[in-house]
Each structure stands twice: as C-alpha cells, then as structure tokens.
Design a binder for this molecule. Structure first.
Ligand code: GAL
Length: 635
C-alpha cells in the first residue's frame, strides 16, 4: 500500500470562482484526496423536499477533473433548522432532562425514528445521484459520532427504545430483576414499561441499570450508522467510512466499524494533550507544541483494529485549533512528523483539516493549510514536503506485532459507572500500559476484547478488562497479563463467582481498596502502585511484592495478575520481566523518541524539541528517521 495525502474542503464556504484554483493548488502540493459535503445539508435541501444539488455536482466535477479523489460525506451530523419544525422531538435530552438546542451541530437523538428516516432519505438521494460518479472514491457517513457528548440521550424516544431493547435482551422482567439484583433497595419491576432511564434518581442508580443503558446507547449508534450503510451499499462500490474522534469512548467503535470498510481518525495531537490527557505539568510543558508521544500512536493502533486493517487519518491538525483551553502552534516539523507517524502505523491516507481557515463561525480561529486570506499557512509547506517523502518511501506494509493490548469500550462504561476510587479510569490505565510497551520500543497491536481473538502473540495485556468470558480461557498468547480490576464483574454488573481466564492461576482477589492520588504502595525493588489495589491470595508464586509483604504480581502457567495501578517505574519493570519470560528483546527508548516497525521500515520518531541520539542514529528535533529494514538498524 502506498500512502497518500488529502484535505477537508468546504466548497459551500467559498465563492465558486475559487474552486478551480483551490483544486489545482491541492494537486500541485501533492494531495490526491479531498473530503467534502459532511455539513452541507442546508445547501443540499434548503427547505423540505427542495433539492439543490447542482452546486455539489459542479464542485465534484471541478475537484475530480483536477485529479482529486473525492470523499463525499452524508450531512447527517448537521440537520438544518427546518428539520426541528418537522420533528420537534428529535433533539437529544441531557441528564438533567433538558433538550439540547439548535445552534451548533450533532443536535439529534440516535433513537428518534423520524430523524433516522430523514437520514435514510438524504443518504438515498445522494447515493442515487453520486453512487456511480467516477470522482466519488469513498463515502463518509455522518461526522464524529459521540463527539460533544452526544451518544447518550434521556429522551422519550430513547426511553421507548430502551424498554424494547431490555425486553429483547432479557426476555422477561423476572430475568432482568435477577440479573440486576433488583431485590436490593426494593427495586424489583413488574413489567418492562415501569423501567425508566437511569437519570434524576435520588442517589446513584443500580450500576447494572446504568451499564445496560450504556450498552443500549452504544447499540443505537451502530443501528443509526447501519441504516445509511444499508442504503448506500447497493448504490456504490466505493468504500464506506466514518471519522472517529480521539478518546471518545461512549460507543463501541468496533461494533460500528464492523459495518464499514475503513475506520478513520480525527487526529488533533496538541488539542488532545491539553484537553483529554492526564499528565503532569512538566510533561504537558515538554510536549506543548508537539502533542503526547503516544496518544496519536494509540489511536492509530486502535483504528487499525476498528478498520480491520484499513484506516486513515481523516482530519490531521495543521496548526492551532480553536477548542482546547490553550491552543499553541505546532513546532516546525510536527505536521510532517504526525503525518509520517500515521503512515508508520498503517494509515492509507492522511488528510488535513482544513484547506483554508474559515473567517466566520465557531472555528474561525482554527488554522488550515491556508489563511482566511488565501496565503500559505505554515502547514502548507509541511504537507508539500510530506508528499515528497511519501513519493520516495514506496509501499508501507503492516505486520502483526509481538505484543498486544485488549481494549474494550464496555469496560470504560463499567468503570465510569462505578469508579470506586476517583483515580481509577479505564482509558488512563490502558494507556499507561501502552506507553510502557512503547517506552520499551515495541510495536503494539490493539485488539477488541469482544471479537474473535487473534493468535500468535507472545504477550497480551488485559488491564482493567471488566468482564472476562470463556474466550479468555483460550490461550491467546504465550503470556497474558491481567489486572488490576480484570474480570471483576459479570456482564450484568455482579461480582462473578470465578474469573474465567484466571482459573489456571491459583490466585484470588480477596479485597479491593482504592487510594487518593498522593498515596503510593511501594514495591520491593522499585516502583509503586496507586489508585487501586487488588489484595491477592492463593498459591501462585509472587513475582513481585509490596514493601509490606503483600503480593503485587502473581504468575504461573502463562498467566500473570497485577494487583495495582502501576506507576511508570513499576510498569517498566513488569514489561521487562514479561518480555524476558517470553523471549522478546527490549529496545528501551529515551523520553520522547518512539519506534515503529513495518515490513519494510523502522521509523524513529522524535517528539522532542531537541536532537536525540539512539543506537548510533541522530534524529533531529521534531523529525522522523526512516530506516530501510534491509540495512542494519544500528547505525
Ligand atoms: C473535528 C470535526 C471537524 C472540526 C474539527 C476542528 O472534531 O470533525 O468538523 O470541528 O474537529 O478541530
């Protein structure tokens, strides 16, 4: 696969006279893809039934004849204002019972049948019109499901759909009562119609009720997406995709991804560092203008899995964004670095958001490749340079990694439902494991915990995986590392009698305690656990112990269980012990340098603002060194 570059473009924002020049300029800097259409419903249908596609026909023609492949978005993330007059109950409702108003975007409830029918209608109109247009080379459905906290809605349509979903899942209300433990606090129901949504309760609702609602809400996203997939499939041979936003966990991306051909990520490294990552001030300062060295890679590996091998970056940050608390500019070189890093992780296309900065609207302070006045912004030259790099790179092929992490959206829903300790956060735990693997120089695969497991891994990590099912009994790898808090609940949020997968390990979790962030349980030999401590008992050998003699890590028969949430030092020790156990070689890396192997190359990616030497190589600040595999890795 030869990676390519693209850009997001909004022809409806600019006079038509500019389109041809824009298209020619895109081609001239080396872009081959352009995404359009995803927010333009009001221009496609200014009033109900008044279809105005001539302008879009012309835009596609101009872009296509210039030599660009077009990704056409269905516009369902921005229903026009008239839609609300037609469907007043289509708005999502927040946990306080307030409808979320018109005036931005994503103002719809995933359970509203009338709105779903409108989406089906517009997708069909577009599919009929453009399904065989030679310039349309891919379709994007909607835009960033779940962004702006839009997965969960406490609306009447959601309530009705939830009751039907429960009846479907449980069959009878007696079964549901038993599964949820509704005898507790006299919460037993006589019929599904009595069951409400789990908001506005006096104190916390039953966690089983909340988790069921979270599963339901996630399923609604997949159902919503599938409606448009089913419309478009017979009308086009072009691949269907969706653009997911970073660290959005409220719906199961793997499930949505099953119906699509390609997964795509919207990658905003500096926005993510400032807005959606737990890190200390020193780290945030060191990487202020580069982004966290593992956050993008984690998402790249995640979406490679969601797309079953096929994934893109649909929106790549090109300069300051508008939506984080602070919005610094990327250091010179970073836009190119992020692009090449995505390619190293298997991106087929990296597409910049956006072509030209808009002088109006909510995102007028968001950089593009061009300024609002059409002058080159700093990222334009880096996009051009990246196009040159890619031309010289040739094919990039992914290979299965030796180590993998099991990732599971439902575990995040479970642990946000009942954190038990304020410091326990599923993403944070999994990401800390990922970082440790990357500090050790490993390429990592991320696997869905709920899909058929792949084999051939030497080491698999399953930290915090809420529910272990029978699949966990199969030996997926030479060594599987569980804990903390793995297998701690059933699907219905009860404490299980046994933890499948752990049965061959003679180890029980006897008691759980959680700790405030300033408390550390030191481990003999270095490192500590924080936030969460599983007290372990049983005859399995202790591989690590706490200073008080309690077991910190137990292991036998290819299964290890880690008792606490490790700090960096402890993770590094555990990863190094595990690697030794299964015969893997570590490539320990200096801070901010990362390494990614493909079939043909080793990419050395320097996220720091100073040159780094490693293994005889010098990697400049904010630069990527690409080594051919047929040459020795040591310089
Ligand atoms: C994404 C979104 C784009 C744009 C961008 C700004 O989340 O898909 O439409 O809003 O962020 O960074």
């Amino acid at each position: 696969m030869k990676p390519e570059l693209g850009v997001c473009y909004y022809p409806e924002h600019w006079p038509e006279e500019m389109w041809a020049e824009d298209a020619a300029r895109m081609v001239e800097i080396g872009l081959t893809w352009v995404r359009i259409g995803e927010f333009a419903w009001n221009r496609m249908e200014p009033s109900p039934g008044d279809l105005q596609f001539d302008w879009l026909d012309r835009a596609i023609e101009v872009l296509g004849t210039a030599g660009l492949k077009v990704v056409l978005g269905t516009p369902t993330a921005t229903p026009p204002r008239w839609m609300l007059d037609k469907h007043p109950a289509m708005l999502a409702v927040d946990a306080q019972g307030q409808p979320r108003k018109f005036g931005s975007r994503r103002h719809y409830c995933f359970s509203h049948q009338g709105y779903i029918a409108e989406c089906e209608r517009i997708a069909r109109i577009m599919g009929d019109r453009y399904g065989h247009n030679p310039h349309i080379a891919a379709w994007q459905i909607d835009n960033e499901y779940g962004c702006h906290e839009t997965t969960v809605s406490y609306s009447q349509p959601a309530l009705q759909a939830f009751r039907r979903w429960l009846a479907d899942q449980y069959g009878s209300v007696e079964v549901l009562n038993a599964a949820w433990g509704n005898v507790f606090w006299a919460m037993e129901y006589d019929s599904f119609d009595q069951i409400d949504l789990p908001n506005l309760t006096v104190t916390e609702p039953n966690p089983a009720h909340v988790l069921a609602f979270r599963r339901f809400s996630s399923d609604q996203v997949a159902v919503f997406n599938k409606v448009q997939v089913d419309v478009l499939r017979p009308l086009t041979d072009a691949p269907l995709l969706h653009n997911y936003m970073g660290r959005i966990l409220d719906f199961d991306h793997f499930k949505v991804g099953e119906d699509l051909d390609i997964a795509t990520l919207d990658s905003y490294p500096i926005g993510f560092l400032s807005d959606r990552l737990e890190a200390d001030e020193a780290h945030k300062t060191a990487f202020l203008q580069q982004g966290d060295p593992d956050m993008q890679a984690f998402h790249h590996d995640l979406y490679r899995a969601v797309g079953r091998g096929r994934w893109w970056v649909m929106e790549q940050q090109p300069g300051p964004v508008n939506w984080a608390p602070y919005n610094p500019a990327p250091l010179p070189g970073m836009v190119r670095l992020w692009s090449l890093e995505a390619v190293a992780h298997g991106a087929e296309v990296v597409s910049y958001f956006r072509w030209r900065q808009a002088p109006f609207g909510q995102e007028q302070m968001h950089a593009g490749l061009l300024t609002p006045n059409n002058a080159p912004a700093p990222a334009l030259a880096e996009a051009r340079q990246t196009a040159g790099d890619l031309a010289g790179l040739g094919a990039v092929t992914q290979t299965q990694a030796d180590v993998a992490i099991l990732f599971d959206y439902a575990s995040d829903w479970a642990w946000t439902t009942q954190p038990q300790g304020a410091g326990f956060n599923y993403f944070r735990l999994v990401f800390s494991a990922y970082r440790a693997l990357r500090r050790a120089g490993f390429s990592v695969d991320i696997l869905s915990a709920s899909q058929t497991p792949e084999t051939g891994y030497k080491l698999i990590l399953a930290p915090g995986l809420a529910t272990l099912d029978d699949k966990a009994e199969q030996h997926l790898s030479d060594l599987t590392l569980y804990g903390p808090r793995s297998g701690a609940i059933t699907r219905d949020f009860q404490i299980p009698k046994t933890r499948p997968g752990l049965t061959e390990l003679n180890c029980e979790v006897e008691l759980v305690e959680t700790l405030p962030p300033n408390i550390r349980r030191e481990v003999v030999g270095g490192g500590a656990a924080q936030h969460w401590i599983d007290h372990l008992s049983g005859n399995a050998p202790d591989l690590l112990s706490y200073a008080n003699g309690a077991s910190a890590l137990k292991g036998e028969n290819g299964i290890w269980y880690l008792s606490g949430f490790p700090d960096e030092v402890l993770w590094d020790r555990v990863i190094s012990m595990a690697a030794q156990e299964v015969g893997l070689t570590l490539h320990p890396l200096p801070a901010g340098l990362r390494r990614r192997e493909t079939e043909q190359h080793v990419f050395l990616i320097n996220y720091t603002s100073a040159p780094v030497s490693w293994n005889g190589h010098e990697i400049d600040a904010c630069d990527v060194l690409i080594l051919k595999k047929d040459a020795p890795e040591e310089g």
